[in-house]
Design a protein around this ligand. Structure first.
Ligand SMILES: Cc1ncc(C[n+]2csc(CCOP(=O)(O)OP(=O)(O)O)c2C)c(N)n1
Ligand SMILES: [Mg+2]
Length: 337
């Protein structure tokens, strides 16, 4: 868990630096080595590491618009993921999806820029596992800002009614862009939503990786044993802006300071030390993680950009005529249309 967490933290800090290159002084979102929006997840690492530790490659995970920590913990190929974020041809989506649309079929990982969008596909993956009679499970991540979305509530219902092996994980960072949680919902915590669907709902109040690990162990075990879905809410902290370039003028300074103080990585380090892991070992793990991140960034920067002529490739199964010269791979309709 520690390795996943320090990898993810260093990754976000390095992307923050890379992203700003060329975008200033006037903020130009398309300039620099990382084009487009960028949502960083520093402060969310424990929610990824504690849950994904229990998962196998055949288990499915759908993450949010803030996906890197979860992708890292799920074992997504870091070099191809970074190439995707840098918009390069060898990226997971040939450089055309960007940081919010990372797909790695080798480890069954996907994410989306549409909030709560990962919930229905996770329920679908759970249904597929059930129909195929395997013991794989699916995990859907969402933010606390998405707990009133229809896609989430319908997926909870579907998973409950069909007893699907799905775990829903709400990352509660108190903010949905500039909107504080208590202005959009009256429930004290998102895990209460579970009651309406007669499924277990658990809240972990601190971004304590070990507590999250324990809660996830039970929920994922329940799903694997075919005992139905669980909803977990985890308190995390947004250490950075909603997206890169967010001036956070809406956010009280104390809130920012509190997020910086409650550091799940420092907490886990202290835990490791109290269990006899020495500082030298911790440093080694951290250095190796940092090196892996640097290698992935170097790799990405070396990769070619996609040829503009590829812009329309891979968009349609059966491209309308004139959209692309490439022959359709499939003929699902079995006819001309
Ligand atoms: C369906 C939908 N509505 C609105 C948006 C715009 N949007 C992007 S992120 C966001 C807030 C998300 O907050 P939360 O779910 O708490 O996740 P966080 O950003 O805090 O991780 C919104 C409203 C969107 N992407 N999708
Ligand atoms: Mg939020």
């Amino acid at each position: 868990m520690y390795v996943d967490m320090v990898t993810a933290r260093h990754y976000e800090e390095r992307l923050q630096e890379e992203y700003l290159e060329g975008k200033q002084p006037a903020f130009d979102i398309s300039a620099g080595p990382i084009p487009g929006e960028l949502h960083l997840a520093a402060g969310h690492e424990a929610a990824a590491a504690g849950v994904c530790q229990h998962l196998r490659d055949d288990d499915a995970v759908t993450a949010t618009h803030r996906p890197h920590h979860v992708a890292i913990a799920k074992g997504v190929d870091l070099e191809r993921m970074t190439a995707e974020i840098f918009g390069r041809e060898t990226g997971l989506g040939k450089g055309k999806g960007g940081h919010m649309h990372l797909f790695d079929p080798d480890v069954n990982f996907a994410c989306s820029g549409i909030i709560a969008e990962g919930c229905p596909p996770a329920a679908g993956a759970g249904l597929a596992a059930k129909k195929r009679n395997t013991d794989s499970v699916a995990v859907a991540y969402l933010g606390e800002g998405a707990i009133d979305q229809g896609a989430f509530l319908e997926s909870l219902n579907f998973a409950a009614v069909h007893d699907l092996p799905v775990v829903f994980v709400i990352e509660d960072n108190d903010w949905a862009i500039s909107m504080p949680k208590d202005r959009v919902t009256d429930v004290e915590n998102g895990a209460q939503r579970a009651g309406g669907f007669d499924m277990p709902g658990v809240r972990v109040d601190h971004d304590d990786a070990v507590a999250i690990y324990d809660a996830a162990k039970e929920a994922i075990g329940r799903a694997r044993d075919r005992n139905g879905p669980t909803l977990i809410e985890v308190q995390v902290h947004r250490r950075m802006g909603h997206f890169m370039g967010d001036p956070e003028s809406y956010r009280p300074e104390e809130d920012q300071e509190a997020a910086a103080e409650r550091d799940s990585i420092a907490r886990l380090e202290a835990d490791l030390q109290s269990h006899g892991v020495d500082e030298e070992t911790i440093e080694e793990l951290r250095d190796d993680a940092h090196e892996r991140v640097e290698d992935a960034i170097d790799f990405a920067k070396d990769q070619p950009e996609p040829d503009p002529s590829a812009a329309h490739e891979d968009m349609f199964v059966n491209p309308p005529s004139g959209v692309t010269d490439t022959e359709p791979e499939y003929d699902l309709a079995g006819g001309d249309d």
